[in-house]
Design a binder for this molecule. Structure first.
Ligand code: SF4
Length: 63
């Protein structure tokens, strides 16, 4: 599974990082970035939850 952040849509709220800290991180610009190439099985539920919780639907998950 992979995740992608649409940085044009991200508003830097930090929700994804709070929910799935092993997958998302706010960078120096205060926007979310994906920090893993392939999401480990143990982190996939959190990644999905982060995507569903994003207020601007900026996170795309590829199963
Ligand atoms: S939850 Fe969405 S808007 Fe908030 S930091 Fe993450 S990608 Fe950006």
């Amino acid at each position: 599974m992979k995740a992608k952040v649409n940085r044009d849509a991200c508003i830097g709220c930090g929700a994804c990082q709070a929910i799935a800290p092993k997958v998302f991180e706010l960078d120096d610009e205060g926007l979310s970035q994906v920090i893993v190439e392939d999401i480990e099985k143990d982190d996939q539920d959190e990644a999905r939850e982060a995507s569903e919780s994003c207020p601007t639907a900026a996170i795309e998950i590829e199963e």
